[in-house]
Design a binder for this molecule. Structure first.
Ligand code: 2AM
Ligand code: CA
Length: 277
């Protein structure tokens, strides 16, 4: 695991130790997911077509209790139990199971997402996709990596497609927003028209990690859930790409959505979105 340095961080530990904790937390949640693969337990509908399984809650309990044990001063914002972002100091953003609808039917595209914010900025992130044996992780200024095969690690670099004509574009299409009027509006459809191929994975965390790895060229989302997109923002920028909101401003926790891609594709997408408005 490569990290950005060794001087002591907010809680007295080094950035490397904090980064290793972040990775370990995502891996542990991923192990729990695997241990319950095909056994999601009780499934509840939070809202129409938006579900939570017993395993989401178990992973969340595991993650929150470990953070509280090791970093009792830190704020936590987690998808199922909520929480808040501290204005100063450190906040943990957790998506205990990202791709819950996939997990609930034993589709392997699910992951656990952990991000750490310091003074509102994403400084560490990890995405564990246990059915693939992959751990994607990044620290600000320290690069992005995929760990796999029990100990191997490779640096991540976004793909080099020079135009959408040759690009794989990832987006999830099943919920209101992607074809709605927020930000992109009909421009999203134009991006799809211009792309070579589309991919709808059902996990925003994996989608972003795959852009960082070059398996996809673009991740685009028109709803912003910080725990889904914070890992993408850090992984893709550390892998040489850009992550912005739908108008091209740097992605923040309050953004209306997310576009991440290599700089050339990113510029082409912004042009398309501008033309449409
Ligand atoms: P989740 O699995 O943690 O709910 C595809 O569905 C992607 O969009 C997933 O990453 C999913 O996260 C996210 N998402 C956010 N809001 C959603 C909703 N209302 N219904 C389904 N997926 C949602
Ligand atoms: Ca989730």
């Amino acid at each position: 695991m490569s990290t950005s340095g060794s001087s002591a961080g907010v809680g007295g530990e080094t950035p490397r130790e904090l980064h290793e904790f972040v990775c370990d937390l995502a891996l542990r949640a991923g192990e729990l997911q695997l241990s319950r693969y095909d056994r999601p337990g009780e499934i509840r509908e939070k809202a129409p077509k938006d579900i939570v399984t017993e395993v989401d809650l178990l992973c969340e309990d595991l993650m929150v209790s470990r953070i509280q044990e090791h970093y009792p001063e830190d704020a936590i914002l987690s998808e199922e139990r909520g929480g808040e972002i501290a204005e100063t100091g450190r906040t943990w953003l957790l998506d205990p199971v990202d791709g819950t609808a996939n997990f609930a039917r034993a589709n392997p595209l699910f992951c656990a997402c952990v991000s750490v914010l310091e003074d509102g900025e994403v400084v560490h992130a990890a995405v564990a996709a246990p059915r693939f044996g992959d751990l994607y992780h990044a620290s600000r200024g320290g690069g992005a990596f995929r760990d796999f095969d029990g100990g191997r690690s490779e640096p991540l670099e976004v793909g080099d497609a020079e135009s959408l004509e040759y690009a794989f574009v990832g987006a999830d299409l099943s919920f209101t927003g992607v074809t709605g009027t927020t930000g992109g509006g009909g421009g999203i459809g134009r991006i799809f028209d211009a792309a070579w191929q589309l991919r709808a994975l059902g996990s925003a965390g994996i989608r972003g990690a795959w852009v960082a790895a070059g398996y996809l060229d673009v991740s685009i989302g028109t709803r912003n859930t910080a725990w889904d997109y914070a890992p993408t923002a850090l992984l893709v920028s550390e892998a040489g790409g850009l992550a912005t909101d739908l108008s091209g401003e740097p992605w923040t926790l309050d953004s209306d959505g997310l576009i991440s891609a290599n700089p050339l594709l990113h510029a082409e997408i912004l042009q398309i979105l501008k033309k449409d408005s």
